[in-house]
Design a protein around this ligand. Structure first.
Ligand SMILES: [Zn+2]
Length: 424
């Protein structure tokens, strides 16, 4: 019976492992042959499972077809892949990373943009270039991210970057974390996480995060179609291959479930696709433009709001609303950190206060349903079905993760549908 079991391992695990690398597969086959040919089979000790949530910032779904990410392709072919991974709105980095780990829309978790003001905290502006604001728990504490629930429920967590992992939440932090260092190479990030995972099982993580930024940076700076994006894709894919091989060396690969995502896609913005607001800003002196780009926001005195909104509505290539009138499908507009008047540009357009500002060639933040905003979603590991799903939504990933890690979820906005769809 033992022999039979060994020769007939879980089908999904077998296909997953075979996809990892030929090297890995051949070493497993050799050990199978050796044990079957000689002594009765001794069951291998089972490690506790490891769930790794990986984000490749700005990986647009169609990048997969470019052929520069063979490791991701192998993982996708071995497990579950989504043709479309739909962000939450706005399709921006911090809002989406926090939705992935809370299951809450930005209206409910409070990270409504990468730049924010809060009427109750007038002295600090949240912006990514200001470390003091990014590491201030105030901005994050309206939600309980999954690593905090995991800690509260006795799990061990190692986070090699993820928005919010640097701050205390409910008095807790991940067991391993670092202050964000954008200059840390993708390979170094992998090596650091592997070092944290190279521990006695009683101290090793049940849940880990890994975050790669360079595909997003190349997409912004050069546009999504640039060769520089392809080069960044190759480097990140090589880093993931390095991670897979490292897990194999630590004998953790067969117990690891990978959930690989991105926060949003990327759209090309032509240099002349500017929605220039200089006229309307001059005519409404009380209006302050606090967000610009694919989404714009104005703080404005209430007496000026209606006439200003009327003027904004006359502009082509964008839609504007009072924050309370944003259509319900965006799930956006109730949080106090959202400015009073909100505008959304058509995909590929940028809302700017004048013509003197540089147009960034690649942008995101647009309607999350737009094809250019679709991101990446792969699950691979033991018991994962080999299939392609048409669409997976960011907001539903949190419940799936809590089931994989076996923790009780916090109340959230997502649907608990993915575990049944993805796992055997
Ligand atoms: Zn991003």
């Amino acid at each position: 019976m033992n022999k039979l079991k060994l020769f007939n391992p879980n089908r999904q695990l077998a296909s997953f492992v075979s996809a990892m690398s030929i090297l890995v597969l051949s070493s497993i086959s050799m050990s199978l042959a050796q044990s079957v040919g000689t002594l009765p089979v001794v069951p291998q000790p089972q490690h506790k499972p490891l769930v790794v949530l990986i984000s490749i910032d700005g990986y647009r779904n169609d990048y997969m077809s470019r052929g520069f990410t063979p490791t991701l392709k192998r993982l996708a072919d071995a497990g579950t892949y989504a043709d479309n991974f739909t962000p939450v709105f706005p399709s921006i980095t911090f809002p989406n990373h926090y939705s992935l780990v809370t299951g809450l829309y930005p209206d409910h978790h409070g990270l409504v943009n990468n730049t924010m003001q809060d009427p109750s905290k007038t002295k600090q502006i949240f912006k990514l270039s200001d470390r003091e604001s990014v590491t201030n728990p105030f901005w994050y504490e309206e939600a309980t991210p999954i690593w905090i629930s995991a800690k509260q429920q006795g799990k061990i967590v190692s986070t090699l970057f993820w928005p919010g992992t640097e701050v205390l939440n409910h008095g807790l932090r991940p067991d391993d974390w670092l202050n964000y260092d954008d200059n840390m190479s993708s390979d170094k990030r992998v090596d650091q996480l592997l070092e944290w995972l190279n521990r006695d099982e009683s101290k090793r993580a049940d849940f880990a995060t890994l975050y790669f930024s360079e595909v997003d940076h190349a997409g912004h700076e050069f546009g999504p179609d640039a060769l520089e994006v392809n080069e960044a894709l190759k480097r990140v894919d090589a880093a993931i291959e390095r991670f897979v091989k490292g897990l194999e060396r630590l004998d953790l690969l067969k117990d690891t479930t990978f959930v690989i995502t991105s926060d949003h896609g990327m759209a090309h913005v032509a240099q002349d696709h500017i929605i220039n607001l200089s006229m309307v800003l001059e005519s409404t002196k009380s209006a302050k433009l606090v967000w610009m780009g694919p989404v714009a926001g104005f703080n404005v005195e209430s007496v000026d709001a209606e006439p200003m909104l009327e003027r904004l509505k006359a502009y082509p290539h964008m839609s504007c609303w009072h924050k309370s009138k944003i259509p319900p499908e965006y799930h956006f507009g109730t949080h106090r950190r959202i400015p009073g008047i909100f505008c959304l540009a058509d995909v590929g357009w940028s809302i700017l206060p004048n013509l003197g500002m540089k147009v960034i060639p690649g942008m995101h933040g647009y309607d999350a349903r737009a094809k250019e905003m679709q991101g990446l979603f792969i699950v691979a590991g033991p018991g994962v079905k080999k299939q392609t799903l048409a669409v997976v939504n960011n907001i539903d990933v949190y419940s799936f993760l809590t089931r994989l890690i076996k923790i009780k979820p916090e109340p959230n906005d997502g649907e608990d549908i993915l575990f049944k769809q993805i796992m055997d």
